[in-house]
Design a protein around this ligand. Structure first.
Ligand SMILES: [Zn+2]
Length: 479
């Protein structure tokens, strides 16, 4: 047990120092490592396997709505990036530039894509001619580069992986419907697969995407009470279409501009999984996203027949469709238990000589450490039931945490007091003025997370200036 204890002690307690706890988990669970380029990360097998599961699940859900995958180039010519004014102003400060091809200076600088609206627009301008070409519902899986000043693994890095969907439609209504539809895909994915509850709403003008008419967002709450923007969906109206000249001949034979959307989700969701579900023993993965759902751990594995039994149980569970491994390394059972916990494996199956005599195994849940002794005759059924229960309980626990860390404030003093002393979301009324939003950020560090689709009327006046209120807003400090 000595080496087991040492391993657990190596993580900082989350209540003592949440940021250090996060870094410890990322490292000890072997999710990623630092790279020689500052602010970039090496995603290791355990981390990349989570991303592959996110991809698989999202991609399936996208395609059910008619999405097709494509691939655009990595580089954007400077002239192309500059075509839409708001867009270039929003992204210019964090763009990385290529100035040379081999030894020759380039005639026009190339930017490494921070996002690909301009490339899709350039393509659509050539590719869309008639109403018959619409809608275009394309997506690409790729990496993008944003030269961030402060970075953290998964949450903010200079290069990150994501998907970006870009669509073109004949009418404004159709574009709006697609914007909302994709936000709902993200929200359902977060709740059903990642067990992360989200608040759906619209970003204020200050927080919306550069060049968008409207940005919709899902916001989630981390264990430390900070918010995380978890997925966004933008309605561009016909702004990009006009800047790039994307026109089509409609049924009435007149030329019209298309209406566009874009939407994205990134590897920062791995950070969200860590910060919503993790505990002082390490990572806790929801069964539906866990690359390894069950670990079979042999007890006294040198005794005759134990290892073979462990392999047999592994193979039976694999056959039933679970993702399973058996830990047959020569470490002590205590070390293996701690290792399973650190890596967040949802369910552990312990099998030793005594269990074999009684035709049973011990199943241990990662989320609450509960042990269940099951007859080997019903191993597969019980394991399946437990994984479903874990998935459901994790969502419920996260929802309770979110709800018990969501506050309301009607007056300014109450708002400042809450933001400073009670980490979480604060719901408060807002007049709609940029000045109040700026003042709130300056004086409390909180930003408007979203104007939720489900509005409530908490009072008739703005929490900041006292003037008549227009919207209820979720405020909070954010990653
Ligand atoms: Zn105000």
């Amino acid at each position: 047990m000595a080496d087991n204890k040492k391993m657990v002690e190596a993580i900082t307690s989350m209540d003592a120092d949440f940021a250090q706890w996060y870094t410890d988990v990322v490292k000890k669970a072997e999710l990623c490592d630092y790279a020689s380029v500052k602010g970039c990360m090496v995603i290791k097998p355990a981390g990349y396997a989570i991303w592959e599961n996110i991809q698989k699940e999202l991609d399936r859900r996208f395609k059910e709505t008619g999405v097709q995958n494509v691939y655009m180039p990595l580089f954007i010519p400077e002239g192309l990036l500059e075509k839409e004014k708001d867009h270039v102003e929003g992204f210019a400060p964090e763009v990385a530039w290529v100035t040379h091809g081999g030894l020759e200076p380039l005639q026009e600088r190339l930017c490494v894509r921070p996002t690909s609206e301009t490339l899709f627009c350039d393509f659509y301008a050539k590719d869309i001619h008639s109403y018959r070409d619409l809608p275009r519902v394309y997506n690409q899986w790729c990496s993008v580069v944003r030269w961030e000043k402060t970075t953290r693994p998964f949450l903010r890095s200079r290069e990150f992986l994501w998907q970006e969907g870009h669509t073109a439609h004949a009418t404004a209504e159709e574009a709006e419907a697609r914007t909302v539809q994709m936000l709902n895909v993200y929200a359902d994915f977060c709740e059903e697969v990642l067990a992360i509850p989200v608040v759906k709403g619209q970003k204020t003008d200050k927080e919306k995407f550069a060049g968008a008419e409207a940005t919709y967002t899902i916001e989630s709450l981390m264990h430390d009470g900070k918010a995380l923007q978890s997925g966004t969906s933008h309605n561009f109206g016909d702004g990009f279409a006009k800047a790039f000249g994307i026109q089509f001949a409609d049924k009435d034979n007149t030329l019209k501009y298309v209406y566009q959307t874009s939407w994205g989700m990134t590897t920062r969701m791995i950070g969200a999984i860590i910060m919503v579900h993790g505990d002082d023993n390490g990572l806790v993965l929801p069964p539906r996203i866990a690359p390894v759902q069950i670990m079979v751990v042999p007890i006294q594995q040198k005794k005759e027949g134990v290892l073979d039994k462990a392999y047999e149980l592994r193979d039976r569970l694999l056959k039933s469709g679970f993702s399973v491994k058996a830990d047959d390394t020569d470490k002590s059972p205590g070390w293996k238990f701690a290792d399973c916990e650190m890596r967040g494996i949802p369910l552990r199956v312990e099998i030793g000589p005594k269990d074999m005599e009684q035709n049973q195994a011990v199943l241990v849940r990662r989320d609450n450490h509960e042990k269940t002794v099951v007859s080997l005759d019903e191993l597969e059924a019980k394991a399946g039931e437990l994984l479903e229960t874990i998935q459901r309980d994790m969502l419920e626990k996260a929802r309770k945490h979110r709800d018990s860390h969501t506050y309301t404030a009607e007056e300014w003093d109450e708002f400042v007091e809450t933001i400073n002393n009670k980490p979480g979301f604060v719901k408060a009324m807002w007049c709609g003025c940029r000045e109040c939003e700026d003042k709130i950020k300056e004086e409390t560090g909180a930003t408007s997370r979203c104007m939720p689709f489900e509005q409530e009327s908490l009072s008739d006046h703005c929490v900041c200036c006292g003037k008549p209120a227009k919207k209820m807003v979720y405020w909070g400090r954010a990653y």
